[in-house]
Each structure stands twice: as C-alpha cells, then as structure tokens.
Write a protein that binds this ligand. Sequence first.
Ligand SMILES: NC(=O)c1ccc[n+]([C@@H]2O[C@H](COP(=O)([O-])OP(=O)(O)OC[C@H]3O[C@@H](n4cnc5c(N)ncnc54)[C@H](O)[C@@H]3O)[C@@H](O)[C@H]2O)c1
Length: 302
Amino acid sequence: MSENGQSELITKVEDIGRVAVLGAGTMGHGIAQVAAMAGFDVVMRDLEEGFLDKAMKKIGANLDKGVARGKVSAEDRDAALKRLTTSTSIAKACEGAQLVIEAVPESIDLKRETFAAVVETAHPGAVLATNTSSLSIAQIAESIPRPERVVGMHFFNPVHIMKLVEVVKHEGSSEAVVQCARDIAAKLGKTGITVKDTPGFASSRLGLVIGLEAMRMFEQGVASAEDIDTAMKLGYGHPMGPLELTDLVGLDVRLSIAEYLTETVSAGFTPPQVLKDLVADGKLGKKSGEGFYVWKDGKRQS
Ligand SMILES: NC(=O)c1ccc[n+]([C@@H]2O[C@H](COP(=O)([O-])OP(=O)(O)OC[C@H]3O[C@@H](n4cnc5c(N)ncnc54)[C@H](O)[C@@H]3O)[C@@H](O)[C@H]2O)c1
C-alpha cells in the first residue's frame, strides 16, 4: 500500500503472475498463447464458449506446429496449455489479474465499457493494456480510475510470429508502467518500442506512406504491381512488397486508416483513386479473392 492507502501500481514484470486477455479473436488468442508460453497464468475471455473453443483449438494447432518444427518442446507446449484457462465472465477472467490485455473489437465505447468492468475485479494496481491499432489511448484511459497505468500494447498479426510491440504512452501514462510494458513485451519474446499516443502510432503511419505511394505509382503506370513490390523487396530488403501487404491487410482497412490519418495528421495520406475504386468494387485483397493481385485458396495467383 502507498501512503494514501492505494495499492501500489504494478511496475515490475516480476510482480505479474496472472494475466487476463479479453477477446479471443485474431489477436487475443495469439496474445494468450505467447503469454502462457512465457510462464504467466492466463485467463482468456470472450462472449461465448464457442469462440473460446475455437481460439483454444487455434492455439493448440499453433503449438503443435511449433513442436513439429522443433521450435517448441512438447513439455513447454503442455505446460503452457495447463497455464491457460478460459471464461465467458469478465469478472472471473480479471480476478486478481496484475496485467490485463484487451483485444476486443475496435470501438471506443466497447473498450471503455470493457475497462470499466475490468477494474471491478482486477488487482487495483494492475497494468491495463489495450491492443487498439488506431484509437486514442488517452480517450480510453480517461474513464478509468488511475489512468496512469493504461498503455497501448500494439501487437502484430500473427502474434506468435511477429516480433514488434508498440508500447503507446498517453500524456498521463506513468513512465514506470511504460517501462514495465516494454519488459512484458521482452518476456513475451518481442521487442517493444515506445511511441506517443498519436494517430497511426509509428507503424501504421510509416507503413502507409510507402503503401499509398506504391498505389500512386501503380496508378500512374510507373511499373506493374509486381515490379513495384520487387523494388522494395530486393532494393530495400522488405520481406513483402507494399501492394501485396495491402492485399493481406485488406484494402478497406488501409482505406479507413488513410482517411483517418488524412483528417488527423496531414493531407499527404489522402487515399489514391485506385484504392477507393477497388474498395468500391469489393476488391478488398486476399480475403475477397482480388485486390492488387488475384488470390485463390489463400495463395497469390498473379
Ligand atoms: N487483426 C489485426 O491484424 C490487428 C492487429 C493489431 C491490432 N488489432 C486490434 O486488436 C483488437 C482486436 O482485433 P481482432 O482482429 O483480434 O478482432 P476479432 O474480431 O478477430 O476478435 C475480437 C474478439 O473479441 C470478442 N469480443 C467482443 N466483445 C467482447 C467483450 N466485451 N469481451 C471479450 N471479448 C469480446 C469477439 O467475440 C471476438 O472474438 C482491435 O482493437 C484491433 O484494432 C488488430
């Protein structure tokens, strides 16, 4: 307890044993997996048992693949699965948790509601992290008692493979909590970077500059989609070209981020016409079968 009778904030990764992961979708199941593998006791929460079963199956399959490839031992897989439980109750999932990582859908109201429920049962000094990819951390934090413990922890998809976590600090974030979030990222096998609470953080803002310019070049006939992508792969060592990456992320997703950054950062993010046209035609990339490339059964055709 501190002098004013409040529990101390959790600022040391060694003081974290119990972790609640809220949302068991694309991101949540991956975060729960890496947290359990790192030795934390994890409770994953979603709205229905069916969603949790599906998430547990995905985690089991990921870990089995790791074992088959010799990257994970069978003992470590089994121990991680034992440390991982599920609940549809947010109160139970958060009970005594020293770290909560929220990965529910991207809605400010839903995230605020979720954290309002979290604080009812979580450790009173718990680190509260949101995996939002675009929302203001300050706006999420403002409705929470002790907003200084709220940070962004922006993971990348697929979580068990991608090494980056953007630790996003708002103006009121405690520096000790920000450092703790970086230490948590390291314990999960990731590298944390610290980024101010600004639209697009570091990764989306920078990635989109290249993506949008590649689209403009494509539009102007500077080179084919494949040749533009090859320029960045072979010329700059990017593992994937910006247009193929846009197909993977989803053209609709990139369009909405571009519109948001145009409003909040600069007119330099104004979406190219080709992006607007493709989205209007339902060509959303890999998920719809066509974007800058044609896709079939999850594989690029052209
Ligand atoms: N998909 C990505 O590539 C990606 C990358 C980085 C960050 N993000 C962010 O991560 C968050 C989650 O995205 P996702 O792609 O995993 O979404 P998703 O739709 O795959 O999963 C969200 C899950 O949350 C569940 N859910 C809804 N309300 C809930 C509640 N109140 N409590 C618990 N679970 C609830 C849903 O049933 C669903 O299973 C979003 O904020 C998103 O912006 C996504």
